[in-house]
Design a protein around this ligand. Sequence first.
Ligand code: UFG
Length: 329
Amino acid sequence: MSILIAGGAGYIGSHMVDSLVNQGKDVVVIDNLSTGHKQAINSLAKFYFGDTRNKEFLRDVFKKENIEAVVHFDAFSLVPESVVKPLKYFDDNLVGIITLLEVMKEYDCEKIVFSSSAATYGIPDKNPIKEDFPLKPINPYGDTKVMMEKIMQWCNKAYGLKWVALRYFNAAGAKEDGSLGEDHRPETHLIPRILQVALEQRDHIDIYGNDYNTPDGTNVRDYVHVLDLVDAHVLALNYLNDGKESRSFNLGSSTGFSVKEIVETARKVTGKKIPAKIAARRGGDPDSLVADSTDARKLLGWKPKYDDVYKIIETAWIWSKKHPNGFDE
Ligand code: UFG
């Protein structure tokens, strides 16, 4: 029996594939490589190139492979892009999961672990955020994630689909040996952009706004290591195998760090000056987003190992130094 990883060439998906293969599991990857990288897929996994929206492609994979469960990472995930290209996001993210669930049903595959996001909460009334807070996304990306969760909920009611949605806060870091890491094009995320300054690929880092309602005026986020996210997916698969209730879980360290604190920590990690300039707000950024991950800890048994941002940035720095041009080298 194999585990199917949809989007296994992407940042978090590729770390998941690598971890499962190293645990001796049979892993099948599907990816259309629109944002992922073939080089990121562990060579011991079986790779099928294709699009999750293509039913015939999926049927072919399910026919050839004995899939016991799916982990679904495949989605477009750039918030600013989703605001200007909403149809691209609704098409890829929604048509993708609907097609995948249809084919899973045809082949009696009934378990799915799904990448959701803190973007489902929009601007929360308070922090830390619990799973039962209202879902009020403020961009199309977040809306697609809420809809994808709802689609799974209704399939659970209709025919017993077993699902777990993991709402990541800010995924960061890399595999410790620097062989896998984050390579988005364009790169919009804070930590890799800061490290591009440390590598002298950028002159400075723009800090998007210092007049937020936070202690130092810059946005506060909850950074969680990619390998801790991977652990949570493995635990979520076990949770479903144990027949437990389908639901969503927050995944965050439960500690918030401001943009300024992240820049300061990156200076310590890299020993580089990393010039920073205050720039205009980016638009659509909530003041603070910090997870209450009590449920994931209690019910999944999740214990994040990378419990401070220094360690998280350190792993990202090892990756950035080894792969200054991402997977192109
Ligand atoms: N930021 C800067 N300068 C930069 C880049 C980012 O100041 O050059 C700031 C942002 O304004 C934000 C913080 O750094 O306050 C983190 O920004 P990221 O782009 O790294 O991450 P986001 O918090 O915007 O987004 C992440 C995921 C999304 C997800 C969201 C949910 O990338 O997929 O968390 O909170 F939707």
